[in-house]
Design a protein around this ligand. Sequence first.
Ligand code: SAH
Ligand code: SF4
Ligand code: F3S
Length: 469
Amino acid sequence: MELNELAEEMAPAAPLGSAEKPSAPKKVFLKTYGCQMNIYDSQRMSDALSADGYVATETVDDADLVLINTCHIREKAAEKVYSQLGRLRKIKAERAEHGREMMIGIAGCVAQAEGREILRRAPVVDLVIGPQTYHRLPDALKKVRGGEKVVETDYAIEDKFEHLPQPKRSEIIGRGMTAFLTVQEGCDKFCTFCVVPYTRGSEVSRPVAQIVAEAEKLAAAGVRELTLLGQNVNAWHGEGPDGSEWGLGRLLFRLAEIPGLARLRYTTSHPRDMDDELIAAHRDLPAVMPYLHLPVQSGSDRILKAMNRRHTGDDYLRLIDRIREARPDIAMSGDFIVGFPGETEADFEATLAMVRQVRYAQAFSFKYSPRPGTPGADMAGHVAEDVKDERLQRLQALLAEHQRDFTVGSVGKTMDLLIEKPGRQPGQRVGRSPWLQPVIVDEKAGEIGDIIKVRIIKAGPASLFAEPG
Ligand code: SAH
Ligand code: SF4
Ligand code: F3S
């Protein structure tokens, strides 16, 4: 999973804990779209709601509160919200006929980008709340119960992370062996295709002490693998315990000291912010996994310039050489956009050439989607939809070929496996390799949370099969 539009996720996976009034707990249905940061945010909203007496439900019909955590990255992602609201309008009306209220809240990047406009387009909505103000959720709901329509999209001056309640131990345990931890939010890069700087605001880095405290809490509850999150995670520059400014590499060295935390990952990185200390962390820390999501978007210098990525294709390739020198077994992952305004066949072929050189183990590719308010939307030379389709197909075929080679290349190898959960079939367990590949083993191979040595015996279409090795 990468920091981009994910498969739809339900959050939270676990019950929200006990309610204040056991006889009639308020129920929340929380649906999450978008990137890992939205999953993390949904968990934190769950924590806030749990403290406010809510329990989770997985059926909309019996929810007192429906909260949708939205994504604005591409048009399709944003439009999903409105189609969902159409359905919710009917359910809300049916509930009202039985004298039961239902509050509807829109959170996330669509909330931040569209604000009050959401209430105009969908009057069924009671609350619009942006990512910077989730700690105010219980107060906002109080106002809604008092009959107000609430829009909370100002950037809060107070530190939301300090004001969000910490999850209970049981809630952390219910969420599994792996956890996300947001260390940085927002983006100052302003790539010309991207809405994130407008929806998540400017870069904010959490201080080291706050991050370490949260990581220690997660580790104490049994979390073995931590993924640090940020829209621009390697631009993180947080205040260290001595008041000096730390970079992400130094933070990884500190987190690697926490007992129990066996694996560290971070996403999403920008090529401009991969500094020497971060590369050294890959070289020196066995806990830092040999996997790096480093989007490049295009292989054409002309398009990279128009996208305001502020590096060339060559800069990127040289950077990967340095990273591979430090950690030869590192697997690269990337994001690509085809059909950015002005992209010619030659530009697109430069992207294919770059892919052939890097050979990504994993990649995400998208057709350019013009986003209102971004410079790209107003550029000349928009590419026809059928050309975008055709380029996307060619790119995806090449990426899939490399991905398949990477998977098949794992057969016969011995590696560490973190066992995460029961498998789909009885008697199986599933875990992840250091390269994020799902691996299936017999349940006798180890307990959930164990890291065991395995030998890969077979590659299936979606996962690898292994035996203790
Ligand atoms: N912060 C990350 C990724 C942000 S969004 C980064 O800097 O790379 C995740 C991915 O969505 C991007 O890497 C990009 O490939 C894609 N994306 C963003 N805006 C898009 C748009 N307008 N149209 C198509 N794809 C887009
Ligand atoms: Fe968007 Fe670019 Fe910032 Fe990534 S670096 S979030 S693509 S503006
Ligand atoms: Fe989407 Fe916002 Fe994440 S736009 S990709 S949910 S930062």
